[in-house]
Design a protein around this ligand. Structure first.
Ligand SMILES: [Zn+2]
Ligand SMILES: [Zn+2]
Length: 230
């Protein structure tokens, strides 16, 4: 991680700690928690994952998608977001929900609703933060690519690696939704069709690449166990 970003992380934790004790207690008791995460090879944005304590596991998966899965995605997919990430606000809040009443997987918020980040602050460079919400349970059951998703399930079913595949698939979906909403934050006037095309291409190509590599190691393992039988 570039030093600038680790400084920013420290500054944000210090800022959160510096708030009046009563405010922090109320926040803690209400079950509000924060987690900071960013993609390692870009200077911005730093994402603040705002979640309820009961969703700690999901927040960790979102963090993992940004910090680990992103760098495993083929370089050409990451390049789709070069300019978007470059122009992103220093800080982007992700409100982690289980579901959205309207059924959407995510939204860009025109104004930041998460209290500590609603106003520009020195701790985050005096810039206005961006904000989005994502609905993690809806993302879990989202049929992004109905036909190929089912075909991929069949491949992994043969290899009993289905659970691992589904976990990775969920994180790649989350990543594509976060990038999709970041795209809305940075270019609010870009039409939905083009934003959607970019994020679906990202997801499709990232998933295809993962599958190809995973299936290759899977058949390698099968070959080896067959040769041991001879
Ligand atoms: Zn909606
Ligand atoms: Zn959209």
């Amino acid at each position: 991680m570039c030093p600038e970003k680790s400084n920013l992380k420290t500054a944000i934790w210090n800022y959160l700690e510096s708030r009046p004790r009563i405010v922090r207690w109320r926040e803690w008791l209400s079950g509000r928690r924060y987690r900071l995460a960013s993609v390692p090879d870009r200077s911005r944005p730093l994402y603040v994952i705002a979640y309820r304590v009961r969703d700690k596991g999901r927040a960790a998966e979102v963090g993992r998608a940004l910090e680990l899965d992103w760098v495993e995605v083929p370089a050409q997919c990451r390049e789709y977001y070069d300019e978007i990430l470059f122009r992103a606000p220093q800080l982007v809040v992700i409100q982690l929900h289980r579901t959205n009443v309207c059924g959407c997987l995510g939204h860009r918020h025109a104004a930041v609703s998460e209290a500590p980040f609603a106003m520009p602050h020195d701790a985050f460079g005096g810039e206005q933060a961006g904000e989005m919400d994502i609905a993690c349970e809806q993302i879990l059951t989202w049929q992004a690519l109905p036909l190929s998703d089912t075909a991929l399930d069949a491949k992994f079913l043969q290899g009993s690696r289905l659970e691992e595949f589904h976990a990775k698939q969920f994180r790649l979906r989350v990543l594509s939704i976060i990038l999709h909403e970041t795209n809305h934050v940075v270019f609010p006037n870009e039409p939905e069709t083009s934003i959607r095309e970019r994020s679906l291409n990202f997801y499709r190509e990232a998933l295809a690449d993962y599958t190809e590599k995973a299936v290759a190691t899977l058949s390698f393992t099968l070959d080896r166990s067959f040769s041991r039988l001879e």
